[in-house]
Design a protein around this ligand. Structure first.
Ligand SMILES: Cc1ncc(COP(=O)(O)O)c(C=O)c1O
Length: 370
């Protein structure tokens, strides 16, 4: 029997997501001891020592189910944003919140609008619900919100932007976001994915307080994650804030214990260590600007980034560069799945990792390590 014919047609057309190549896999495949991963925009300094110490103490209760709705974490997040716990849903990574939004709201009759090089996970998830994905071309590698607003029709259920965007690292200004919100009909949801918020928030025109806007716009959902600046990618913690009724629907369809016991508690602890968060962000942004310059000197077309990674046109095909760097034990991200065969995305590492990257790049580009 052909199992494929049993699957939903929209499941068949979705390509799988290719995450950054894991360190353990490269170690196994190439027999390398030391591998540097600059492929998934993780925090190169790890989680706060306070969170790590807390986790070591907190393992005694792992035989118990966690509180299903993560009430304490939701309250803490609500407080952080000056909202009610009813305005917050937590997910197994913000990826789960994207999934919940698509599952709750999208049907095959719906259109979603996103941009051409917008974060691919949203497109995949929307397609899995059978929705039609309309991709609006970017302008200078930024979401063109005016054109996106013009593309809205009575079929448009959702508009999704990541700001800063993955993989381009670009963001949209407060004014642009505001104009888009004003242009959208109340029946079209706007999802703003702020996974890289902490790296962008010091940019003068970045919308620092988009979470405040959910009070005024019940069709707005803002997503955040603990996977980047908080350094907790392995614990899978993300959340969305929005109108209480809308959030209530997401909460209703999530898995009963979607966030693990340690994840809920670690997130609470991480919220308390703002000094660690700020320090990591400050080092990463300085390193990012220095790395951008060094890459430009090597012939890369680097796009200005407001995130913890760089998006760059590569002097050779991205996949070729990826393979050459792997041999030196450095993992970067080729972008073929976006149709960008001559671009790469490189996460900002710790200073020594960035130096190792540059050395590996020099020999890869010389062809000395083919
Ligand atoms: C824009 C964006 N949104 C969401 C995610 C998913 O993050 P999480 O680890 O919270 O699922 C990522 C991860 O890279 C991302 O880049």
């Amino acid at each position: 029997m052909d199992i494929e014919t049993l699957t939903r047609p929209c499941v068949r057309i979705v390509s799988p997501y290719f995450p950054g190549k894991p360190i353990a896999e490269v170690q196994r495949e190439l027999g390398l001891k030391k591998v540097i991963k600059l492929a998934s925009n993780e925090n190169p300094f790890g989680a706060s020592p306070r969170v790590l110490a807390f986790l070591r103490r907190e393992t005694a209760e792992v035989h118990l189910y966690p509180e299903g709705a993560s009430p304490v974490l939701r309250r803490a997040l609500a407080e952080l944003h000056g909202l009610s716990a009813l305005n917050v849903v937590v997910g197994n990574g913000s990826d789960e919140v994207i999934r919940l939004l698509c599952e709750a709201f999208l049907s095959p009759e719906d259109d979603v609008i996103t941009s051409q090089y917008g974060f691919i996970r949203f497109k995949q998830q929307a397609m899995m619900m059978g929705a039609r994905v309309i991709e609006v071309p970017m302008a200078d590698w930024r979401h063109d919100l005016e054109t996106m607003a013009r593309a809205v029709s009575s079929r448009t259920k959702m508009v999704y932007i990541a700001s800063p965007n993955n993989p381009t690292g670009t963001y949209n200004s407060k004014e642009e976001v505001h104009d888009l919100l004003k242009a959208l009909p109340a029946t079209t949801l706007l999802v703003i994915d702020e996974a890289y918020y902490h790296y962008a928030v010091h940019e003068g025109d970045y919308p620092r307080q988009s979470t405040d806007l959910v009070r005024k716009f019940p069709n707005l959902v803002v997503l955040r994650t603990f996977s980047k600046a908080y350094g907790l990618a392995g614990l899978r913690i993300g959340y969305g804030v929005g109108d209480a009724e809308l959030i209530g629907w997401l909460d209703r369809i999530r898995m009963p214990f979607n966030l693990g016991l340690l994840s809920q508690r670690a997130a609470l602890e991480a919220l308390k260590d703002t000094a660690w968060l700020k320090k990591g962000v400050s080092v990463v942004t300085k390193e990012r600007d220095a790395l951008a310059k060094a890459l430009r000197d090597l012939g890369f077309g680097v796009v200005d980034s407001a995130a913890n990674f760089l998006f760059a046109g590569s002097p050779c095909p991205g996949r070729v560069l990826f393979k050459r760097l792997l041999k030196s034990g450095v993992i970067i991200r080729p972008l073929d799945e976006y149709g960008l065969t001559h671009h790469v995305r490189i996460s900002i590492g710790a200073p020594a990792e960035n130096r190792a990257l540059l050395a590996a790049l020099r020999s890869a580009l010389d062809g000395a390590n083919p």
